[in-house]
Design a protein around this ligand. Structure first.
Ligand SMILES: [Zn+2]
Length: 163
């Protein structure tokens, strides 16, 4: 979808260049000064439009290149984890044995992992009830490892920072 947007932009950018080129060619046949000046101004506008289109395109390509780099790195990192059950019915991606690279054991949120974001799960204690919680501050997911929900916990729920 993003790629097709880039192509559409490229084509519209090329369209602006083509218009400018056609206008430059037409200038040869304009001999009257006023008309010629007006045509030059129009041509300059087209050239600026073409430059703006090209600039927007380069910006878009730069963003996509960054995203590809991030996803490539994440793809390699992803292989270090496997699905594990932290508590009955509570799943996470946990470091595989021998893949720690010196890092302590940690767990990643499955929803964030599947959406290509690396988000560490955090253990928290929610009161009242001294509930043992597993929380993702990336997407706002949480689970009760021990203890039961209390209306007062509403204010403790994580605010997701990831869209
Ligand atoms: Zn998450």
């Amino acid at each position: 979808m993003r790629i097709s947007m880039v192509i559409a932009e490229a084509i519209s950018g090329l369209g602006a260049v083509k218009t400018a080129f056609d206008m430059a060619k037409a200038l040869e046949n304009i001999h009257e000064t006023v008309a010629r000046d007006r045509a030059i101004i129009d041509l300059q506008k087209e050239i600026l439009a073409a430059q703006a289109a090209q600039f927007a395109l380069l910006e878009r390509v730069g963003k996509l290149e960054k995203e590809v780099t991030r996803l490539e790195a994440w793809d390699a990192d992803k292989q270090r984890y496997q699905l594990a059950e932290l508590a009955p019915g509570i799943f996470a991606y946990s470091l595989k044995e021998g893949m720690a690279n010196g890092e302590p054991q940690h767990h990643l949120c499955t929803a964030c992992y599947d959406a290509d974001f690396k988000s560490f799960l955090k253990r928290e204690t929610w009161n009242p009830g001294r509930c043992a919680m597993i929380v993702c501050h990336g997407c706002g997911w949480f689970a009760y490892e021990h203890g039961s929900a209390d209306p007062a916990h509403k204010g403790l729920r994580p605010t997701p920072y990831r869209e």
